[in-house]
Design a protein around this ligand. Sequence first.
Ligand SMILES: Nc1ncnc2c1ncn2[C@@H]1O[C@H](COP(=O)(O)OP(=O)(O)O)[C@@H](O)[C@H]1O
Ligand SMILES: [Mg+2]
Length: 289
Amino acid sequence: MDDRSAAILPSSFAPGPATGGGEPTIRLENVQKIYDLGEVQVHALRGVSLQIYPGEFVAVMGASGSGKSTLMNILGCLDKPTKGRYFLDGVDVSGLSKRELARIRSKKIGFVFQQFNLLSRTTALENVELPTIYSGVPIAEREKRAREALVRVGLAERAGHFPSQLSGGQQQRVAIARALVNDPSLLLADEPTGNLDSRTSVEIMDIFQRLNEEHGLTVIIVTHEADIAQYAKRALEFRDGRMKKDVAIQDRLIASEVLPTLPSPDEDMVEGIAGVAAGSADDSGIRVR
Ligand SMILES: Nc1ncnc2c1ncn2[C@@H]1O[C@H](COP(=O)(O)OP(=O)(O)O)[C@@H](O)[C@H]1O
Ligand SMILES: [Mg+2]
């Protein structure tokens, strides 16, 4: 933490380890979230304090209902704490208006969901382009940016496909490209592999690890699978709205090393055997029209 050298770099390019110096990307001070349902109040977060530095890769774990999504929504500026403070890149965002939060979100944060949340009647390219419209990227640049983002997730040749023509893993890659298109420094993913088979999950972790290592993106994912958390660098465990554990990952897995050891149901073969795949009960989420 005494190493101040990283502080002169733009936060998105600050190198390496958890406590690499400089300002934390994220600082939560005693954050509470209470959902007021009239008759009952749900204490979803009961005082969470936390710092996450540029270039970290954090897995948020915990049972269903422990507050993980509530935390992610606050980190992603989709929601605000009821009490406590949230500093994002040193700026207190806990008191900002919805409009101001939306502006910060579109500049700094990419968000990936378990259900992909793609527009179904819209091509992969158009789905990825969407956030550039809201963030005010000039029209002439939007498509170029979207194509670049698809390249980063290895889906350049699928730009014209509709979600229903893509496997689950490919749809999630489109969603990741959409999260990247405005060049965020922080990538948040809430159970991104929750709907994917195990090999496809590792492929998604490979993308996150590359973005983290090669592009210096700060990555935070929610998962309840311990083997997925092994791809992160640090794990937090939540229980009943409180952070119970904060540990460095030992024996971290590297997805690019694990993938060759897994059986390959090569997704790209689907196109060649479309009829067969469409008729088979395949748990990889592959759907062919
Ligand atoms: N929008 C909401 N309104 C009311 N209660 C909510 C809302 N979102 C979550 N909760 C409640 O807050 C608690 C934490 O939920 P959540 O953050 O979604 O947990 P997790 O993602 O770990 O499953 C749960 O008790 C849940 O029912
Ligand atoms: Mg959740």
